[in-house]
Ligand binder design. Sequence first.
Ligand code: HEC
Length: 134
Amino acid sequence: MVNRRQIKFIFILSIGLLSLSILFQNCAKSNITNSGAAVSQQTILESKSIDILNQKCSSCHSESTGAANSAPGADPITNISDVNYLLRTRLIIPGEPDLSPIYQSVRNGDMPVNESLDTQEIQTIKDWISGIKL
Ligand code: HEC
């Protein structure tokens, strides 16, 4: 026979299981939103960085101008605002801004020639490269 104590026990057990399952559901949901936010932050950094490279660098480092703007013996940079090109030619090392020639050149104030990017633009490019994961 099931007595009152056992009914009470089963009741409390079911409430416990129910709240546990609700708790886990919420955890799973909040993980999804968090990683979604991280992805879009990186997307924003990337589009800002590509804008900077387009506006401040591509006039000298495009298909038509690259060869004229390279150090003697160095491979010309022909497509400075194309992420896949930058990764393939190792002008950007994922997660390693200080090892990436693109970041080194703006950090050191070497590029663009005869001017330099402002602190915020330099930081944007740094954060973008730091966040690239392959
Ligand atoms: C007015 C033309 C001009 C602009 C604009 C320009 N560059 Fe350059 N860049 C050059 C020349 C010329 C060289 C080759 C000589 C040298 O290395 O100093 C060069 C070389 C480079 C190199 C090869 C390695 C190095 O550090 O010398 C990198 C990387 C580079 N540029 C990145 C950039 C980036 C990033 C920008 C924009 C923020 C940029 N450049 C804008 C003319 C330009």
